[in-house]
Structure formats: C-alpha cells, structure tokens
Write a new protein. Sequence first.
Length: 192
Amino acid sequence: MKRAADAGTSVILRHWREAVPNDRLAHLVKDATRALIRALQMRLAEHGVSFGHWTFLRILWERDGLTQRELSEQAGVMEPTTSSALRAMERLGYLERRQAADNRKNAYVHLTPRGRALKGRLVPLAEEVNRLAVAGVPADDVARTRATLLAIIENLARDEAGADSSRRMPATRSLGRLLAGAGRARPRRKAR
C-alpha cells in the first residue's frame, strides 16, 4: 500500500529547500530526526505500539532486566516519563517488574514473552524506515554521515562532561523550581 505524502514532513522539506537552506546544523538534524520518527510512528501505529513504548522495548530487547533509572538514562527521558510508560506497558502485557531477593530497593524491568515477540514484528519496520531514509544516497556518504554524527555526539558529550555545575542539565524537579522562581521574579504586566 502506497502511503499518502505526509504534510508535516513536506512542510519541513520545503522549509529547508526554500526558506532557510543554510540554517544551523542543529535544526537540520532535529528535522531529520523528526521525519525519521514520524515515518516509524506511522508504521508502529499499524501494530498498536506507540513510539514511546518502542523506545523502551528496543532497549530491553538488547538488555533485559534494567532498573527504571537505567531505562530512563538509556532512553534519555526523566524517570516520571519512564514510570508512566512502564505502567502502560505492564497493562499491555509487554513487561513486568520484579525485585531481586537480595535487593528489595530496586525493581527490575523484564520483558514478557509477548514483549519479546514484538521484536520480530517491529524491528523490520525500523529497518524499512532506515532503508527509505538513505535510498539513493551513496554508501560512502552514509558512512561519512554516521562518522560525522558520532563525532558531533562525542564533542558535545565531552563539552557536557567538562561543564561546571552551573551549565549542567538540571533534573526535572530542579528545573521546574528554577522556572517557577524565575516566573515570580518578574511579574507579568497586564495587557491594557
């Protein structure tokens, strides 16, 4: 079945070709990522799986039995987001949380047979999106792009590791308090 052109992705493409062809690399990477995610989301939806659940399934297919904190770190999301997703995934029968006999503090997340079985249906969808994304792009260019993106990630990781504490990314609660405090510091003016 041929898919209809996605208006959101078409708008992004037109933006890059016509409006700001030389905009910052960060914006281009963000928009390319958004297009990849949308393409995968469309396919996952046909199987009743959300992109958020895909993220955690993909991690657990590689390493089952992680804690919620480890999953949050690997997925790059805050723990409350992970907690909500895990509750929903438990209700769907994709995973279960277990406590180790010697460590009652942490619950470990394990895939159920149903969650493991999704890998055979969903991974080919991601592989299809990747093939579509690089269709017509020479293999050498794909390899150079991968090397460049990895270098960008390494450079930014090194910058983050070397940053003083005032420039580190705060936890969600800390950020919320900072923003709430900033809001009180500058009262809004009423519109006249």
